[in-house]
Write a protein of this length. Structure first.
Ligand code: ZN
Length: 164
């Protein structure tokens, strides 16, 4: 066994960690659960730690990230155009109400503006949520790197010998 030569070099807590997690990870793999898989979750391409992008909390490759980015940009523009259209309708509505000399026109105006700004508010909220998930992605990436290091230690033949 070649593994018995490398195993005693590991510190005790690392060995305990491996002992605890390798059967669990093997079971989860068999069940098809791969949250830390080194693959793009859209096109299934190989994806080493550090080369991943994150879209909606999923690890994707550069090509898929570009595709996703363009798709999101289109959606964002649709939102902006919808917002502009709503604002235009609100503006026309406000002008017509004032022309009629309606005394309640001042109440209608903020409602019209608010409904026009609603899609932009949604967009702002989505962008904020995406930034927050990008920050979490950084931590996930570190865990993926650690996980793959553990897997390579656990493997029958270590593919990436550590130089630590
Ligand atoms: Zn991909």
């Amino acid at each position: 066994m070649t593994q018995s030569q490398t195993a005693p070099k590991l510190p005790l807590h690392m060995r305990a960690l491996l002992a605890a997690f390798s059967p669990l990870s093997r079971l989860l793999h068999r069940l098809g659960y791969r949250p830390l898989a080194e693959r793009c979750s859209w096109c299934r391409k190989d994806l080493p730690a550090g080369a991943a992008f994150y879209i909606e909390g999923r690890r994707v490759c550069a090509d898929c990230a570009e595709r996703g980015r363009r798709r999101m940009l289109r959606a964002a523009w649709a939102y902006v155009i919808l917002s502009i259209l709503l604002m235009a309708f609100a503006g026309v509505g406000a002008v017509l109400t004032f022309r009629r000399g309606d005394p309640d026109a001042w109440i209608a105006l903020p409602i019209l503006v608010a409904s026009g700004l609603f899609p932009l508010g949604c967009l702002w909220f989505v962008l904020r949520a995406m930034k927050a998930s990008n920050r979490r992605a950084d931590q996930t990436e570190q865990v993926v790197a650690l996980f793959s290091a553990m897997e390579s230690l656990d493997a029958h033949a270590p593919r990436h010998p550590n130089k630590e």
